[in-house]
Write a protein that binds this ligand. Structure first.
Ligand code: SF4
Length: 284
């Protein structure tokens, strides 16, 4: 099947130069690769939140669920628990995931839910025209902080490491190959995969000149080593200067939330189906 069939006819309203295009195309290529590997699109569900990023659910031709602000992770968790055969991908923005939905993000990582979170982190609320977010740098001037933001950002990757995420990676929208690679590896990983994407917002926070000279590919890094992963993640704190690694920082094998849950389930698959049918009948 040709790659083009993954893009819908919906009118695209992202600004010219927006990094969301790179994420859309990286994801499209990953989906085409999965189909080639025998995973049809019917086995994939995309959940998005609210924000510029969320329109990706309109633009990619796969099953999708447009959730409310900050609620991508509980929706995705429900879908995965209900049907463990599905690959569930969450696209969320930095406002969506790190402000409105932060507790849900932390708990999805803590539970090691087998879903993939792709964070379109442009470090600004773009859809509402330029307010600061939890990853905007100190001094960021926007609609809500005309004198400059008075608070430091947090490092979302460090937060994910201590919350229990079992796959932590970073991509950049100006580096398509590595972005595609970390997304596909994240989807293939069994457990909670966190892919932080440094996304250019061409209109309200264009950091191309800052990022491009500082990014480098993680090489000779052992992602199984927690302490080293922690050191690598701390090389850049989203505020002060530092080298910005791209690639997989941490990877661990642990039972997933669904596996732990099913282990305790008292009924087998057939009984479960009839139990669900009984509940539905009682409601009709
Ligand atoms: S406001 Fe920023 S993030 Fe939103 S579409 Fe425009 S460039 Fe992209």
């Amino acid at each position: 099947m040709a790659d083009e069939t993954y893009i819908t006819d919906a009118k695209n309203t992202w600004c010219p130069g927006c990094g969301n295009f790179s994420i859309e195309f990286a994801l499209k290529n990953v989906l085409a690769g999965m189909e080639k590997d025998g995973i049809p699109r019917e086995k994939i569900v995309l959940v998005s939140g609210i924000g510029c990023h969320a329109k990706i659910a309109d633009y990619l031709k796969i099953n999708s669920f447009y959730s409310i602000h900050g609620r991508t992770f509980p929706v995705a968790t429900g879908i995965k628990i209900a049907n463990p055969d599905l690959h569930v991908i969450c696209c969320a923005g930095d406002g969506d995931a790190y402000a409105e939905g932060l507790d849900h993000l932390v708990f999805a990582a803590k539970r090691n839910v087998d879903i993939t979170a792709i964070i379109h982190d442009n470090r600004v609320y773009g859809l509402t025209t330029g307010q600061y977010t939890p990853t905007s740098y100190m001094g960021f001037r926007g609609k809500s902080t005309p004198l400059g933001s008075f608070e430091e950002p947090f490092n979302p990757m460090e937060l994910m490491l201590c919350s229990g995420a079992t796959y932590i990676a970073r991509g950049y929208t100006k580096k398509m190959d590595s972005l595609q690679r970390v997304i596909r590896e994240g989807i293939d990983h069994r457990g909670f995969s966190f892919v932080e994407v440094l996304q250019i917002c061409a209109t309200y926070n264009n950091m191309t000149e800052y990022y491009t000279p500082r990014v480098y590919d993680l090489e000779a890094h052992d992602p199984a080593d927690f302490e080293r992963a922690c050191g690598k993640i701390r090389e850049w704190d989203y505020n002060h200067d530092g080298r910005i690694g791209l690639g997989v920082f941490y990877r661990a094998a642990k039972p997933t939330f669904g596996e732990n849950m099913r282990e305790k389930e008292p009924v087998n698959g057939k009984d479960r189906q009839s139990a669900i049918a009984r509940i539905l009948e009682s409601k009709s």
